[in-house]
Design a binder for this molecule. Structure first.
Ligand SMILES: [Ca+2]
Ligand SMILES: [Ca+2]
Ligand SMILES: [Ca+2]
Length: 232
């Protein structure tokens, strides 16, 4: 009976399930926290508008961790922002740029600091309390003599108003081009998470259907479509 059900599923959906299953296999939850969204170029002034969103285990303490910009033209590090506080119960943490009056226009901000990143080609790096690089995102087209401090292949450099967000906030294959996509509407404090298949699904799991059904049920199909808001 299961095989008959399988025969009705379009090939394209099976391909997507297979892709998701391979991503789940390649990703590593142990690598978290991760950069889950970076917004560095708001329309007009960036002041009070840009942010870095991290994903990770709820309650994970970020004291001593750093978010750094790496200049693609010479490798210079600026800004370097010291993190403090903990990842929220929703699995996300938003570092937001602040206006001179101490407020921000960024929704769901967890920590305010004064920073901005350059438009690409540049990189944003996440370091832990031992200064080890735990995650990195390079964006834009890097010339051979420019410094790429991201992972794998660079993500695209979006237009003003677009952010770079992980397809799934908790999924990392260490290839920026594969893991990140441009969002026309940035989503600080909101994200889609990959769903770990439930145990005991046997045949379905081997066919990659567990990932398909889970993806259809619990995540938006396209991060830019900004699926159902998470409960906070
Ligand atoms: Ca701008
Ligand atoms: Ca990574
Ligand atoms: Ca987001």
């Amino acid at each position: 009976m299961k095989l008959r059900i399988l025969s009705r599923i379009p090939i394209a959906r099976l391909a997507r399930a297979s892709f998701l299953t391979s991503l789940l296999a390649a990703g590593s939850a142990s690598a978290m926290p991760l950069l889950s969204e970076v917004y560095y170029d708001a329309p007009g002034s960036d002041d009070g508008a840009v942010f870095v969103e991290l994903s990770g285990p709820a309650g994970f303490v970020l004291d001593g961790w750093l978010v750094e910009g790496v200049n693609g033209s010479n490798g210079a590090v600026a800004p370097s922002i010291a993190l403090s506080g903990a990842i929220g119960a929703d699995g996300l943490f938003v570092l937001a740029d602040r206006f001179s009056d101490g407020t921000t226009a960024v929704a769901n901000a967890d920590l305010l600091a004064n920073f901005d990143f350059q438009n690409g080609p540049d990189s944003v790096v996440l370091r832990d309390a031992d200064s080890l690089v735990r995650d990195a995102l390079g964006y834009g087209v890097f010339a051979p003599d420019e410094i790429f401090a991201g992972e794998g292949t660079a993500a695209p450099d979006g237009a003003a108003g677009e952010s770079l967000a992980r397809l799934f906030a908790d999924l990392d294959t260490d290839d920026n081009a594969a893991d990140f996509a441009l969002l026309s509407t940035p989503t600080p404090g909101e994200a889609s998470f990959a769903v770990v298949p439930e145990p005991g699904t046997g045949l379905l799991m081997s066919l990659g259907l567990a990932g398909l059904s889970a993806a259809g049920r619990k995540t938006s199909r396209h991060p830019g479509a900004d699926g159902p808001a998470r409960r906070r």
